[in-house]
Design a protein. Structure first.
Length: 113
């Protein structure tokens, strides 16, 4: 399964599609992940009543045999315009350069809270 995801709605649709592809119930996903009863249906619904957190998403992806292959971050101009007044500039530049490319030993992408 390869699918380009551009929104939370598309992510939820992809999770439901994978569940259907595997022909497993919400209860099965919940049992594998340890989620409470009916929780998966609440986060994967077209109109979700629960939010999909990064930690829960990783557990659900694992349970469905999926992983995130690529993450592309793009600036949302409207959000940046709203936030810009709140961005306080540093007094001095960072003292050490930041790593921008993953090293070979970093393995797969994991969400953490």
């Amino acid at each position: 399964m390869r699918r380009l995801i551009r929104s939370k709605a598309e992510l939820r649709a992809a999770l439901r599609a994978r569940q259907d592809e595997l022909n497993i119930s919400c209860a099965t996903v919940e049992a594998i992940t340890g989620l409470p009863t009916s929780y998966f249906s609440k986060i994967a619904a077209a109109r979700p009543s629960k939010d999909l957190t990064a930690r829960t998403m990783q557990e659900v992806l694992d349970a469905l045999g999926l992983r995130i292959a690529v993450v592309v971050l793009v600036e949302d101009e409207a959000k940046a315009t709203r936030m810009r007044p709140r961005w306080v500039q540093r007094q001095r530049a960072p003292t050490t350069p930041r790593q921008t490319e993953p090293s070979a030993d970093q393995g797969s992408f994991k969400f953490v809270e």
